[in-house]
Structure formats: structure tokens, C-alpha cells
Design a protein around this ligand. Structure first.
Ligand SMILES: N[C@@H](CCC(=O)N[C@@H](CS)C(=O)NCC(=O)O)C(=O)O
Length: 219
């Protein structure tokens, strides 16, 4: 029984937490948001209390009203989709489901991990890489990843991956492009991805989940 309000541990700028915020909004699930500052004091994600709760030590981390706890954004999103069926974030047909998962996992498993805070920190602090080289690293992996996804976005038949509605695909794409813009990546080679991102960002659930709309956002 879910007798408590669910809790989402996140951070305004975390693109992985941004994915989950969109999913929660699309499904109309109210949660308590708890901010884990990823930079202040060396990063609150490394604190003992947080690690005891979430040994993976990253955000997002979700605790449902019945105490079920889940880390990893895509695991959380699929858990939400399986426990609160409507509106679905994936289509029903297995082939279409697999293709959307493939798109999402390319972002979550192949692009994002190479550009994560701890990876960028390791480049600067341990490998003594300068800022320009670090940005080059970032842009290289984003360009490779987005180029691979552009044909799939171009082949979509409706306005969104679910026809009239956005779902899992868009909730991965929009945060990834937010990150890419933050690092001033050139997106001109991906017109289908950019157009899909722009359409999705007009949807209220995406607007409310935007980093700058979060209470812990800082200028
Ligand atoms: N694969 C994980 C990635 C989570 C992740 O990397 N979160 C970042 C923020 S976007 C984080 O907590 N970084 C803290 C750190 O690198 O120490 C997911 O999808 O949830």
C-alpha cells in the first residue's frame, strides 16, 4: 500500500533526474522533491547518509509511498510505468517498444555516462585535462551519439514517439539536448532531434520539469 507521498532525490541540473521529473509530470504523480547538491562541499551524493540509502551514490533516487526504493532513472521510469499504467510512456507493440527503449538506452547508457559529473571531474582533477580539451571530449561523444539517433527521430510518423503524445523517448531526448546546449554543442546536424525536442518542451509536463523551474535552481 502506498500510504506515504513518494520522494524523489534529484538535482535541478541533473539530466537523469530531469528524465524522472518529466515522467512523474506526464503521469500526474505528486512527489516530495529533495535536492542533493552534486557540487557543494564536494557533492552531497557522497555523504554517508545518502550512500546508506542509495549505495549507487548518484541521482535520481526514488522512494515510493510503500517504501520501495529504486535508483537509475530508466529503472525508475519503467517502474512508474508499470505501477501507474495510464498514461503509458511506451507503446504496446513489442517492436515499437524495443525501438523506443533502444533510443533511450543509447542516451542513458552510451552518451550520458561519458559526460557525467564524476567523469568530467576525473578528467580535470586526476588527468589534469584543460577546460578546452574537456569540452572537446564532451562534444565528441554527444556528436557521435546524436548522429546515431537522428535517423530514428526523422523516421517518426507522428508529432511524437507515441503519435500525439510524448513518452519515454522524449523524456530522454530533452534532458540530453539541455546538456548539449549547456556545453555549447553544435546541434545543426540534427534537425529532426532539435524539432522533436522543441515540440516536447512546449508540453506542460516538460515545462514544469525544466531545470530552471526547480526550487533548487541557482543562476
Ligand atoms: N545511469 C544513471 C546515471 C545517474 C547519474 O549519472 N546522475 C548524475 C547526475 S545527471 C550524478 O548523480 N552525478 C554525480 C556524480 O557524478 O558524482 C541514471 O540514469 O540514473
Amino acid at each position: 500500500m502506498r500510504n506515504q507521498q513518494p520522494i524523489l532525490y534529484g538535482y535541478w541540473r541533473s539530466s537523469a533526474a530531469y528524465r524522472v521529473r518529466i515522467a512523474l509530470n506526464l503521469k500526474g504523480i505528486e512527489v516530495e522533491h529533495r535536492s542533493v547538491h552534486l557540487v557543494r562541499d564536494g557533492g552531497e551524493q557522497h555523504r554517508t547518509e545518502y550512500r546508506q540509502m542509495n549505495p549507487q551514490g548518484l541521482v535520481p533516487f526514488f522512494i515510493d509511498g510503500d517504501g520501495t526504493s529504486v535508483s537509475q532513472s530508466l529503472a525508475i521510469v519503467e517502474y512508474l510505468d508499470e505501477t501507474r499504467l495510464a498514461p503509458a510512456l511506451l507503446p504496446w507493440e513489442p517492436g515499437a517498444r524495443a525501438q523506443i527503449r533502444s533510443f533511450s538506452q543509447h542516451i542513458a547508457s552510451d552518451i550520458h555516462p561519458l559526460n557525467n559529473t564524476r567523469v568530467l571531474q576525473y578528467l580535470s582533477e586526476e588527468l589534469q585535462v584543460d577546460d578546452a580539451t574537456k569540452r572537446g571530449w564532451y562534444r565528441h561523444w554527444v556528436a557521435l551519439g546524436l548522429a546515431a539517433l537522428e535517423p530514428q527521430a526523422a523516421a517518426l510518423e507522428g508529432a511524437f514517439s507515441l503519435g500525439e503524445r510524448p513518452g519515454l523517448l522524449e523524456l530522454c531526448l530533452v534532458p540530453q539536448l539541455y546538456n548539449a546546449r549547456r556545453y555549447e554543442c553544435d546541434l545543426s546536424a540534427y534537425p529532426a532531434l532539435v524539432a522533436l525536442d522543441a515540440r516536447a518542451r512546449e508540453v506542460e509536463a516538460f515545462r514544469r520539469a525544466a531545470p530552471e523551474a526547480q526550487p533548487d535552481a541557482t543562476p
